[in-house]
Design a protein around this ligand. Structure first.
Ligand code: 13P
Length: 253
């Protein structure tokens, strides 16, 4: 059931120093040798801000995409110590960015802040991976669908070009825990999200949706049958080239 292009996106979080480029180099040589590379998948890696300029220069003419992990919610320049704006990131040649990760939401990023980040990153022509997901309490209270709808409604606007937005569904309780939804449950959520977004924002086509949360070389098998899924956002396992490559190999096995 693997037809359309899939994204394998590595989110390094707070990991990496200059020599960690070796991880990307190894992934890149695998990617170049893998026969499927032009047809069925794309790879993006999101290192921390300290590395993205150097890495994106090195990978400028290659197929691996270097993405940013986050940005500040105001644009241009300003009196915001320690912050980096979408405009500044765009100007070092980065075109992809993760917004709304639950770890950032947990440290104070509100819906309003995420809304502004989306607005300014799209204005700067980024492709945005927008993370959404319910936490364990919300799941237990059967609020998953309500939470996801609210996160989408507050972050997005029907005026946006949805070709530049990729949703990453990351249940908070699944991140770094090894706990994963059953393929059936996940499929239901992905279908629900695609339909909801298309109808609510009055779009003609379905948006792309990735899954994130404890994806590794073992769990990847579970997702093979979900043809509605457009790829994966991978945390821990993206910090090792072997683990990351094994995920891709096992997915297409
Ligand atoms: P893990 O793959 O480590 O569970 O992290 C997922 C994630 O948060 C990716 O953004």
């Amino acid at each position: 059931m693997i037809g359309h292009i899939k994204y394998f996106v590595g989110n390094w979080k707070m990991f990496g120093i200059p020599r960690s480029i070796k991880i990307i180099d190894r992934i890149n040589s695998f990617f170049n040798k893998d026969k499927k590379n032009n047809k069925s998948y794309k790879i993006a890696i999101a290192p921390p801000h300290t590395l993205i300029q150097d890495f994106s220069n090195k990978y400028k003419n290659k197929k691996i995409i270097i993405s940013a992990q986050n940005c500040y919610h105001k644009d241009s320049f300003g009196a915001h110590t320690g912050q980096i704006s979408p405009f500044m990131i765009k100007n070092i040649g980065i075109k992809f960015i993760i917004i709304g990760h639950s770890e950032n939401r947990a440290s104070g990023e509100t819906d309003k802040i995420i809304q502004e980040k989306i607005q300014f990153t799209l204005k700067n022509n980024f492709k945005v991976f927008l993370c959404i997901g319910e936490n364990s309490t919300e799941k237990r209270k059967k609020k998953t669908f309500t939470v996801l709808k609210n996160q989408l409604k507050s972050a997005l606007n029907k005026r946006y070009n949805f070709n530049n937005i990729i949703i990453a569904y990351e249940p908070v309780w699944s991140i770094g825990t090894g706990k994963i939804l059953s393929p059936n449950e996940l499929k239901k959520i992905i279908i629900f999200l695609k339909k909801f977004i298309k109808n609510h924002f009055k779009k003609k086509t379905h948006i792309k949706i990735l899954y994130g949360g404890s994806v590794d070389k073992k769990s990847i098998y579970k997702f093979k049958s979900i043809k509605e899924l457009d790829g994966f956002l991978i945390g821990s396992a993206s910090k090792s080239s072997k683990n990351f490559i094994d995920i891709i190999k096992n997915f297409y096995k």
